[in-house]
Design a protein around this ligand. Structure first.
Ligand SMILES: O=C(O)CCC(=O)C(=O)O
Length: 215
């Protein structure tokens, strides 16, 4: 896993988080799918030079966004993202050599507010069997691993708005509910290089190129 700073300045990340909080507070929206296809700020975020330089080092110059996922954790509202791997679900499997996941902090996040937690080294053991989250009807449906997770190994990744990290798409990670005082917002991004994915369900992989000419 590689951590970095400055995909946005802390002030810019915090200002964006304040806009998002105002926009989504009324209905307590928790998940916004693929904001890079609809929102200028997210289109900008996935092209951040600091972020793309890190992604280039991981998977080379030709890069497309395969998916983004904005997670808003409202204080005092239970919303746990279960242990899962970003590179596999019923729709797609990502090739770990040609894809990478990123997580961008828009707000500060600590253990109380539900920062990312990872199982260091878990990427070495490949993709695991997964089940679907029980309340997937609430637009939270995602892959999650079942069994075999030694949570005693979990490492919390507190971060500040404007921080980010790149993760192997097999890295097992999760985040707890927000029991802190403020909103906690993060953007999860899956990046792929050409041929970095296999579609499993026949759907179109709507790729959004952000770097290179190999598209
Ligand atoms: O933002 C979070 O708490 C977790 C996001 C995540 O793991 C994901 O969307 O895959």
């Amino acid at each position: 896993m590689r951590r970095f700073r400055g995909w946005a300045t802390p002030a810019a990340a915090t200002a964006r988080a304040a806009h998002l909080t105002a926009r989504y507070r009324a209905d307590r929206t928790e998940v916004v799918r693929n904001p890079h296809l609809t929102a200028e700020w997210a289109r900008h975020a996935v092209r951040s030079p600091v972020l793309l330089n890190a992604v280039r080092r991981a998977i080379g110059p030709d890069i497309a966004v395969e998916n983004t996922f904005l997670v808003i954790k409202w204080p005092g509202h239970p919303f746990e993202v279960p242990w899962h791997q970003d590179g596999i679900n019923d729709r797609i499997i990502l090739d770990p050599r040609r894809s990478v996941a990123a997580w961008l902090a828009l707000t500060n996040a600590d253990e109380a507010s539900g920062c990312l937690r990872v199982i260091p080294g878990s990427q070495q053991y490949g993709y695991r069997q997964y089940g679907t989250e029980p309340d997937a009807g609430a637009a939270r449906g995602r892959a999650l691993s079942v069994g075999g997770i030694d949570t005693a190994q979990a490492q919390a990744l507190p971060s500040q708005g404007g921080d980010g990290c790149l993760m192997d798409v097999r890295l097992v990670h999760s985040s707890a509910s927000n029991t802190g005082a403020g909103v906690r917002i993060g953007l999860n991004i899956r990046f792929v290089a050409p041929a970095g994915y296999s579609v499993r369900d026949g759907s179109d992989p709507s790729l959004y190129p952000v770097s290179g000419t190999g598209w």
